[in-house]
Design a protein around this ligand. Structure first.
Ligand code: ZN
Ligand code: ZN
Length: 248
C-alpha cells in the first residue's frame, strides 16, 4: 500500500469513528455518565417511576398571602391590597418527595433533562386552573451575568415548555436592571430591599390589557413575584398571576 492510500484509509477510519460517535452521542454519553435517579440514586433514569410517584401535587387553590382556600388561587378578600399579585398557582409541595432535589439539580447542576418533568407539573397545574382569556407567559428573568454563568434561565426553559404545550405565547419583556445578591443569602426584609426597582418591562404592548402569568421554578418569600407584579401592573397588565413549581 502506498503511503497516500494508507493516509487516506486512516483518515477514512477516523472519519467513520467520528461518525459512529456523533450518531450515537447519547449512547456514549450514557455509557460514560450513566443516568442516576435524582430521588433515590438508582441507575437508569433521571427520575424513576417510584420517585415520580412521590411527587406531591397540590390539589387546593390558596390565597398566596394567608393560605386560605380560594376559588382559583387568587388573593382572598381580606388580603386584597397586601399583595400585588392577582393570585398564585403552586404545582407541588417543596418538601415532599423529590421536588426540592429536582429544582436544585436543574438550577445549580444544569441538568436540563429535568426541565420537562417540572414543566409537566406546571402544565398540569395550569390545566386545572380557571385562567382563560388573553394569556401571556413571562419567565422571571435572571441577571445576564448569572444567565451566562449558568448557560440558561431555568424559568425561561420552563415557560417555553408550558407555552408550547398549551399554545400560550411566551414573552421575555421582563428584564433585570442590576445584579442583585443571591436571595438565599439575605433575610426577608433585606430581600425586599435587594429587589427594589430591579425589574423593568421593556415592551408595554406585550402585556397591556392581558392576563400575565409569571413563571419561576420556586418562590420563597414571594418578594420577587411581588416586584415583578408591581412593574407589570404599571405597564398595564390586566391581571398578574404567578405559576411556580413549588414554594420554598
Ligand atoms: Zn428513584
Ligand atoms: Zn388571604
Amino acid at each position: 500500500m502506498s503511503s497516500t492510500t494508507e493516509a487516506t484509509s486512516e483518515k477514512w477510519q477516523a472519519k467513520s469513528v467520528m461518525k459512529l460517535f456523533r450518531n450515537n452521542y447519547h449512547f456514549f454519553l450514557e455509557l460514560i455518565f450513566p443516568k442516576k435517579c435524582i430521588g433515590c440514586g438508582k441507575f437508569g433514569q433521571i427520575l424513576c417511576p417510584d420517585c415520580q410517584n412521590q411527587i406531591k401535587m397540590i390539589k387546593t387553590f390558596n390565597c398566596p398571602h394567608c393560605g386560605r382556600i380560594t376559588r382559583s388561587g387568587q388573593v382572598c378578600r381580606s388580603c386584597k391590597g397586601k399583595n400585588r399579585l392577582t393570585g398564585l398557582l403552586v404545582a407541588a409541595d417543596y418538601r415532599s418527595g423529590p421536588t426540592k432535589e429536582l429544582i436544585h439539580n436543574l438550577k445549580y447542576n444544569g441538568l436540563i433533562e429535568i426541565a420537562p418533568i417540572l414543566g409537566g407539573m406546571l402544565i398540569s397545574r395550569m390545566q386545572k386552573s380557571k385562567l382563560r382569556g388573553q394569556l401571556v407567559l413571562l419567565p422571571v428573568p435572571l441577571h445576564w451575568f448569572r444567565r451566562r454563568s449558568r448557560g440558561f434561565n431555568q424559568a425561561e426553559v420552563l415557560a417555553r415548555i408550558v407555552g408550547k404545550k398549551l399554545s400560550i405565547p411566551v414573552e421575555t419583556v421582563l428584564k433585570r436592571k442590576k445584579n442583585t445578591k443571591p436571595q438565599v443569602e439575605l433575610s426577608g426584609q433585606k430581600r425586599r430591599k435587594n429587589l427594589f426597582s430591579t425589574f423593568i418591562c421593556s415592551d408595554k404592548k406585550a402585556v397591556a390589557g392581558k392576563t400575565v402569568i409569571l413563571i419561576d421554578d420556586v418562590s420563597t418569600t414571594g418578594a420577587t413575584l411581588e416586584e415583578c407584579a408591581k412593574v407589570l401592573r404599571t405597564a398595564g397588565a390586566r391581571q398578574v398571576w404567578g405559576l411556580v413549581v413549588a414554594r420554598g
